[in-house]
Design a protein around this ligand. Structure first.
Ligand code: PEP
Ligand code: MN
Length: 363
């Protein structure tokens, strides 16, 4: 059970922004100078953006990089607000940051991925937020652990914060990938199922780490009913002191937002519903067949388990398993099913067979 007090749905946040969908937060990775953020903000505001972001303290993976300008950047954000009318937001990673932020006229804060991964830090921030009414977005932890993400949201909710949202920024992994942080969309989808009213934004900048992939990930987020996007934009990305490769110019960002296709979540069209129901029925029938086949396959694996036990043979037969997996990938390929998908399914089936055979062996 998720222990969350009532969360205010996004359309009732009273931020003073128009109710245009989706909610867009845009601005540079880092505030570098007053001039840089103001020039970026002016162009974003001209393009219709209503909420500005800029990191003041930057949690960098390696030392000796630009780690943010620190608290001197907070009055710059106030200047942006005064000059452009934009709402302003920044990241807090600890109670010291929060105390500084609350002394300035900052409209919204977010908790970064490395902070969400640390329950001590989150609890301290939650305690310090008690009695405040500021909206807080919680980024997913760097590791793909939905309980940790929900735990952070619970801690803030229990401190009385009502305007809580989540930001999906992808998950760290070892080795090469097209993405800087793998999206693993099933995790934010599960979060939506578990906390129904929670607004969820997508951060395609930190997912991709590459300005050329931001459109495709933003569109995917829109097609998965995310409530909005937080995207990095810098007046001169090439000169950015952090995350230069993923920042768009304000012009590029506005063009990208305008080109997103926004589809309806539901349709009242009866023909659409009839066709969809028919197709879903076909899926249900196939799912039932899948269950029958899995049941049959596991029963045979159990027979093999008994047979191996009676003959005093070990469960794992590496050669046999390697050849099953190899053949499955080749067959999957010929049926337009990706290697990743087939190998995940077959590994899961194999693991279940091993579990059943282990039970039989040790009975
Ligand atoms: C950021 O939004 O600037 C940031 C540091 O992101 P994350 O916490 O997702 O790495
Ligand atoms: Mn960044």
């Amino acid at each position: 059970m998720v222990k969350i007090n009532k969360i205010t749905p996004l359309d009732k946040w009273n931020l003073g922004v128009s109710s245009k969908k989706p909610l867009i937060i845009a601005g540079p990775c880092s505030a570098e100078s007053e001039e840089q953020i103001l020039n970026t903000a002016i162009e974003l505001q001209r393009g219709g953006i209503e909420i500005f972001r800029a990191g003041i303290w930057k949690p960098r993976t390696r030392p000796n990089c630009f780690e943010g300008v620190g608290a001197i950047g907070l009055p710059w954000l106030e200047t942006v607000k005064k000059e452009t009318g934009l709402l302003v937001s920044t990241e807090v990673a600890n109670v010291k940051h929060l105390e500084q932020v609350l002394k300035h006229d900052i409209d919204l804060i977010w908790i970064g991925a490395r902070t969400t991964a640390n329950p001590f830090a989150i609890q301290e921030i939650a305690d310090a937020l008690e009695g405040c009414d500021i909206p807080v977005f919680v980024k997913n932890p760097v590791n793909p652990d939905i309980e940790l993400w929900i735990g952070a949201i619970e801690r803030l909710s229990q401190a009385g914060i009502k305007r809580i949202g989540a930001i999906h920024r992808g998950f760290s992994s070892y080795g090469n990938s097209k993405f800087r942080n793998i999206p693993q969309w099933q995790i934010p989808i599960e979060l939506r199922q578990r906390i129904k009213e929670l607004p969820i934004l997508c951060d395609p900048s930190h997912i991709t780490g590459n300005k050329n992939l931001i459109h495709e990930v933003s569109q995917a987020a829109m097609d998965l009913n995310f409530n909005g996007l937080i995207i990095e934009s810098h007046i001169n990305p090439k000169k950015a002191l952090s995350d230069a490769q993923q920042q768009l110019t304000p012009f590029e960002l506005i063009h990208l937002i305008d080109s997103l296709i926004l589809r309806d979540i539901i349709s009242s069209d009866t023909e659409f519903k009839t066709v969809l129901n028919e197709l879903r029925h076909q899926i249900d029938v196939l799912d039932d067949k899948l269950f029958d086949i899995l049941e049959e396959r596991i029963k045979i694996a159990e027979q093999i388990g008994h047979y191996k036990k009676n003959n005093n043979i070990t469960i794992l037969q590496s050669d046999r398993w390697n050849s099953i997996l190899e053949n499955a990938i080749i067959k999957g390929n010929s049926k337009n099913l990706s290697e990743d998908f087939i190998s995940k399914i077959f590994k899961a089936i194999h693991q279940e067979s091993i579990n059943k055979q282990t039970n039989i062996m040790n009975k």
